[in-house]
Design a protein around this ligand. Structure first.
Ligand SMILES: [Zn+2]
Length: 97
């Protein structure tokens, strides 16, 4: 599935609920899902559990983007082309943070 197809699927399933919740409420849920993903990784949960959390974070990110009228695929490809967005190399040659 392409990014734009995933975002459209989330719009078809959740648009009414997302709109009713609003940007702030959806941002809060996205942050909660990221916290759940963090916990799963730190607790060394099984791969399936981490996969579920990755999917949840992406789903909520799509809902947030839908509410903000942002095309996730377009935004991603604008920022990330075939090289690092900072050093413009692939693989990245930026110094470690
Ligand atoms: Zn780089």
């Amino acid at each position: 599935m392409k990014i734009e197809e995933a975002q459209e699927m989330m719009r078809n399933i959740y648009w009414d609920r997302d709109r009713a919740r609003g940007v702030n409420g959806t941002l809060h849920r996205t942050q909660e899902e990221l916290a759940e993903l963090s916990a799963a990784i730190l607790e060394r949960a099984c791969t399936k559990a981490i996969e579920d959390e990755i999917a949840d974070v992406f789903a909520w990110l799509c809902s947030l983007a839908n509410l903000l009228d942002i095309d996730v695929s377009e935004a991603f490809h604008k920022k990330y082309t075939d090289a690092c967005s900072k050093c413009k190399q692939s693989p990245c040659t930026c110094p470690d943070e």
